[in-house]
Design a protein around this ligand. Sequence first.
Ligand code: MIC
Ligand code: SF4
Length: 748
Amino acid sequence: MAVDQIRQLYESMPDKLDRARRRFGRGLTFAEKILVAHADDFDRKNWSRGEAQLRLRVDRVALQDATGQMALLQFMQAGRKQVAVPTTVHCDHLIRAQSGASADTRRAVTENNEVYDFLRSASRKFGIGFWRPGSGIIHQVLFENYAFPGGLMIGADSHTPNAGGLGMAAIGVGGADCGEAMAGLAWEVLDPRLIGVRLTGKLSGWTSAKDVITYLCGLLTVRGGTNKIVEYFGPGAGSISATGKGTICNMGAELGATTSLFHFDDRMAAYLSATDRADVARLAEQYRELLVADPDVLADPRRYYDEVVEIDLTELEPHVVGPHSPDRARPISALAADVEKEGWPAHIKAALIGSCTNSSYEDMRRAAHIAQQGLRVGLTAKVPFLVTPGSERIYQTIKRDGIMETFEKMGGTVLANACGPCIGQWKRSDVGREERNTIVSSFNRNFPGRNDGSAATLSFLTSPEIVTALAFAGTLEFDPVHETLAGGDGHPFRFTAPEGEEFPTRGFARGEEGYEAPASDGEGVVVLVAPDSERLQLLQPFPRWDGQDFVELPILIKTKGKTTTDHISPAGPWLRYRGHLDKISDNMFLGAVNAFTGETGTGVNPITGEAGKPLAQIARDLKARGIGWVVIGDENYGEGSSREHAAMSPRYLGCRAVIARSFARIHETNLKKQGILPLVLGQPDDYELFEPRDRVSIRGLATLRPGHPVEVAIGKPDGRSLTIRCHHTMTDEHVGWFRAGSALNALK
Ligand code: MIC
Ligand code: SF4
């Protein structure tokens, strides 16, 4: 965004913030300042945390090549000539990691040609900035180029909050939300509750920014941040670099948080200057008081935040989380004991650093410092060591500064500037399909099957420097902070704590950054979609609600335990079909555990009784018979990625309602947007009442309205029927989407 627009935003803030202080009768947190400054209609709005629906004007929209396809296809249905807000597309998810950076990028360009052509032509036409494959991972590129203190951004990717490291409120949403904001509509979100995290002490030694968030994941769990903003402040914040702050905010997605952010400080100003934005830094310094919480908030945080957590950074130990969930946390000193107790394979099969979470220059420097120490005593990595730089700028800089060489000497491979193994785009041949094995990475997600498509892989997450030390040891039983390792000569040696500059002394190296500006006049540009494409399919509107109640619908699946969007709509090889709704729907629920059978990805056809069939196939059969169906879900249903395919595929194949113990924020919105009813069980234990041959009826839909529970009847095979109460969070507008068949239909 041009610096003038940022100035305009800052100039408009004091008056709005004063009105808010008067109305609330108190000082404001930083998150509130951003929300108030971007409110579509401050005065009319009901401001009530956890209850009110806010309508906001965003400064920026960000798309990536996997979710962005649907976002653009939906935007195109709105019939606009140009996007209404600055928007960029980033080609990062579709690059497969196989043999190293340049070969992988070249292969991706051939393999995904059709999709890139579509994204590029649509970007040119509609006024969108296009970042081509190889330019970097969306969040790192946004951090280097677009994020600014006090701004509001939405992105079709759940780790968009990364920009909170520069004091921006950046929120992960579904593609439909992006499409609407690009079409000029206000963006809607539940007024979040606030968690204040007060940092004291100082980061030092082995402890890094990553440990703040892995520790918090353990403390608050994957549900702890749902519909909440996590705001960090306190004297300790100054000891964390801007990119370190970005790591913390990025992985706040694993708390389910709406977003996370830090107050503006000198570390942010320094980063802005180092990335050629000294003008933005100066402006933010000039308006500093707008970009932090008010003094009374800092003096007595408990009065202003719904929860306050205190972390003493001096006392914080490095943490390792996993396997299978990012909230399974323990300090590194307790890892070996856990491994033994749980019987996990201690032997590490692969160590990976980088990703959007942890690939700053500082991260790479600190990891290289560990690598050099190992090399000096004659060690090399015992296991494959894979490095994913976050951007072309990082790649060129680590290459110039010899960091890459260090990693390569130790036996590492530098992969493309892309998501690669983090999103399951990792061609691995070292383990068998169902072979139980352990990997460590500095990524943010570790759901089963996430990296290599195998649920037998146990993935542990920690900081890049710890991952690097573990790569030398090859085992989870080594604690680099407290223990020694045998050097090349057999003598015990101890790593000293990692050190590394925050910025390259010679400045960032610039390669081919890979930005393509839109056409100055998009009128004549044709959006390229081949009619016979197997990767792209123009969307047909979903049918409107027929006005009938849902009567005696079968249950396609009752999911058991964690049901993330990776379980509902896996990525990896399926990324190929992210622009083709019919094709990708074959992956529906492939990773979900069926509570009725204990099996993963399969179920029993409720009409024919045929068992062991893929759920998508059963759904297609029901659809062909004109029979709708429901899903019963467990806790935090739809956690993880923002991919709306996890809502669109069910909708497309006939799902009418998802009834769960609870929902993750983005997925619940995605369901509403696509015209599926998300219902929350009034009593969580009612989950147990649903059995395989039951039929579910939801009546009174004509009078569906905000704040009123819905009765759900469970018809048993013997003719009995039980009625339970479910809640929903639909507003009048959401009910309108449901009636219209989708939000998009309602818009037209
Ligand atoms: C992820 O980290 O899960 C992803 C892949 O970036 C997703 C987006 C997607 O599924 O394309 C996300 O976080 O939203
Ligand atoms: Fe890409 Fe992984 Fe970051 Fe998602 S979490 S944007 S897949 S690097």
